[in-house]
Structures are given as C-alpha cells and as structure tokens.
Design a protein around this ligand. Structure first.
Ligand code: PGA
Length: 263
C-alpha cells in the first residue's frame, strides 16, 4: 500500500475582523512561521481589500492572497467598488465569490455570483465559489436543492479554463461563526454530515463541468480541534476558515492539524 499525503488547501477569510495594522501584523507572523506550512499545502489569505497589496507582498511566495469580494465590471462609475482586474494588479491571485455573508447580508443573487465568477476568470484570478444552505432551508429538506441551484447557476454553459483549478467552498450558513469566542461558533456540522454534502457537490459539479475535478473546501466554525476531522474525509480537500484564522495561535493549530492527514 502506498501512503501519500493528500494536497490540502488552507484558506483564511479574515472578513472585516482585522484593520490595516492588524492585517500587516498577522501577515508578518504568518511569514515568520512559514516553515510550519506543509510542502503539499496551498495556503491563501483573504484580507481586507485595503491591506491586500501589502499582505500579498509580505506572505509571497509561500502563501497567496485573494479578494473577499469584487465587482463584475472592469471599470466605470461604480462608486466604492473594486474590479477583478484591479485586485489582480494589486497582488491578488484568488477571489471569494458568493460568500454567504455577501448573499445574505448584501442580497447578492445567483446571477450576481455568476457575473463575479466570470469576471474573476477573465481577469486571471482563481475564483473560490462559496455555496451553502440556511438552517431554514436545511430544516425544510431543501439543502440539496439550494446547493444544486447555486451550482447550476454558477457553472451551466461556462467553459472552464484548463489551467485554472475549480474550487468550491461548502459553507452551511448555520455553521458559520460570529467571532472567535467559543460561544460565537455556529451550530456544529459534523464531519460525516459535511462529507455527505461534499460527495453530492462533487458529483453535481462533475456533471456540469466534466473537464475538471473540483476541489471542495469546508467552512463553518473550523477550529484547531475540528480541522483534522474534516480534513481526514476523502472528499474534503481543505478548509475555509474565518474567525479562527484571525489569530496566529489558532491558525497555527489548524496548520498543525494538516500534518496528521495521511491517505
Ligand atoms: P468561520 O467563517 O470559520 O468564522 O465560521 C467561515 C467563513 O464564513 O468563511
């Protein structure tokens, strides 16, 4: 039997938790600890747009940076917005698209998400499509239907560039935390529940985009003590971490969990 280390994706969504100075400070700590990042691990940090150019420079080349959100137009009269090409020119290589906070707090539709996905691809960014159902949708037995609608809308008829990985983050909205404190964690999504949804997503995406094998990350209150359990699942390729990625100790704890994942 050959034992191989599976490639793991550790993505950190700093959301609006860290200001400019705090972002730079954490980026420097990540740089100092770069030896802790396993060789076959792809790490991407999604900082506030304000700090992205500086963070990208500090963490390169071991770690990449990405946008948390973008506008689908290239340029024009869209006050306050930032385009995919602008992010790319400022040092971003990735972009979160359709994060549940964008969908629910800022009313982004599946159509908006599709436009952002296309704009990211056109600008040369690797989009990370976020999908997930709310608690009400899950309780009404609509989780699979909601995911399929989100995925169909994102990928139908889209020709995927051969050189670009297709990355999806499954983030059940009910599992996402409101902060780093234990009482701010979302409802726990256990690893077998997550794995079951990842299998459904993988099969559905393979039917929509047969040319690529999707990479699927799990997100929702991932903590140092739960990361290993998720990553040990066959269809969970990595994690997208919010609150626990905003402090060096918990982020290092999550990195340490990846060292124990052997297939
Ligand atoms: P969380 O955030 O780890 O704080 O739950 C994950 C996300 O929303 O991307």
């Amino acid at each position: 039997m050959t034992v191989t280390q599976k490639k793991i994706y550790l993505f950190a969504n700093w959301k609006m938790y860290l200001d400019y100075a705090e972002s730079i400070a954490l980026a420097n700590l990540i740089k100092q600890h770069r030896a802790a990042v396993p060789a076959d691990c792809s790490m991407v940090i999604f900082p506030t747009a304000l700090a992205l150019p500086a963070v990208a420079e500090i963490i390169a080349p071991t770690v990449s940076a990405g946008a948390q959100n973008l506008h689908w137009l290239e340029k024009g009269g869209s006050t306050g917005e930032i385009s995919a090409g602008m992010f790319k020119s400022a040092g971003a290589a990735y972009a979160l698209v359709g994060h549940s906070e964008r969908r629910h707090l800022f009313h982004e539709t599946n159509h908006d998400v599709r436009q952002k996905l296309e704009a990211s691809l056109a600008a040369g960014l690797t989009p990370v499509l976020c999908v997930g159902e709310t608690l009400a949708e899950r309780d009404a037995d609509l989780a699979v239907e909601v995911l399929e609608t989100q995925l169909r809308s994102a990928f139908t008829g889209l020709s995927w560039p051969a050189s670009r990985p297709l990355i999806i983050a499954y983030e059940p909205v009910w599992a996402i935390s409101r902060g780093a404190a234990p009482e701010e964690a979302g409802i726990h999504c256990d690893e077998s529940q997550a794995e079951e949804m990842h299998v459904i997503i993988a099969d559905f995406v393979k039917a929509l985009v047969p040319s690529v094998t999707p990479i699927i990350l799990f997100g929702g209150s991932v903590r140092p003590n739960s990361a290993g359990g998720y990553l040990a699942q066959e269809h969970i390729d990595g994690v997208l971490v919010g609150a626990a990625a905003t402090k060096i100790d918990s982020w290092l704890g999550i990195i340490a969990a990846t060292n124990k994942i052997i297939f």
